[in-house]
Each structure stands twice: as C-alpha cells, then as structure tokens.
Design a binder for this molecule. Structure first.
Ligand code: SF4
Ligand code: SF4
Length: 100
C-alpha cells in the first residue's frame, strides 16, 4: 500500500494533501529532511572529541550516529540545529555555526 509520505512532496496538488497536512503513519521522520529548517549547524571537532558520547542521547532528533561505540559526524539531513549537543559537550568539541 502506498504510504502518505511517498505521495506528498513539494509538487503535490492540494487534492492529495491531508487536512491540516496531518500524517498518521508511524516512522515517517526519516523520509523528511527536517534539517532544511536549520538556521545554525553544529560542527564537530574530531581532535577535541574524547568519544564520551554525552552528546548522543540528548539530541532530540537522533542526529548523532554511533557506530561500534563511537560517534560519527552529524546527520545534517535531520539535525535542526538546536545546539543542545554543543551545550553538553564537556570538551568543547562542538561549536554552532550560523553560516552552515
Ligand atoms: S544541534 Fe540539536 S538536533 Fe542537531 S545534532 Fe545537536 S542536539 Fe541534535
Ligand atoms: S560530548 Fe563532545 S567529547 Fe563527548 S562524544 Fe560528543 S562531541 Fe565528543
């Protein structure tokens, strides 16, 4: 069965859009690049990072991927630039860039 998130995009006519743009299907967040909303982006300094992983659980958008126990670079498709990760990093390994 066709999913709503596969059908609705920037070119969709209004007849195909649900009332109030509501989407009732689960697990749709991967399909939408909410990072487009961002006005500032976190920048990771790998040299300063100690891989303490304090930043990963606080990200409300799960945009700090972890592979084999180590964090990787940000998922900019979904990071909304809230800056929480930069605030919690105890080693100043994340800075917010408003030009990014
Ligand atoms: S800026 Fe916010 S959304 Fe982006 S990675 Fe950091 S905590 Fe997550
Ligand atoms: S909180 Fe800072 S030091 Fe810890 S893993 Fe995240 S970026 Fe690296």
């Amino acid at each position: 069965m066709e999913k709503i998130q596969d059908r609705i995009n920037e070119q969709s006519p209004w007849q195909q859009i649900t009332e109030g743009n509501k989407i009732f299907e689960p697990a749709t967040s991967r399909a939408f690049c909410t990072g487009e909303w961002r006005t500032a982006a976190p920048v990771w300094d790998r040299e300063k990072c100690r891989q303490c992983l304090l930043c990963t659980p606080v990200c409300p958008d799960s945009s700090i991927p972890v592979h084999e126990g180590k964090r990787e670079d940000f998922d900019y498709d979904h990071c909304k630039g809230c800056g929480i990760c930069a605030r919690v990093c105890p080693f100043d390994a994340i800075r917010m860039d408003d030009k990014n």
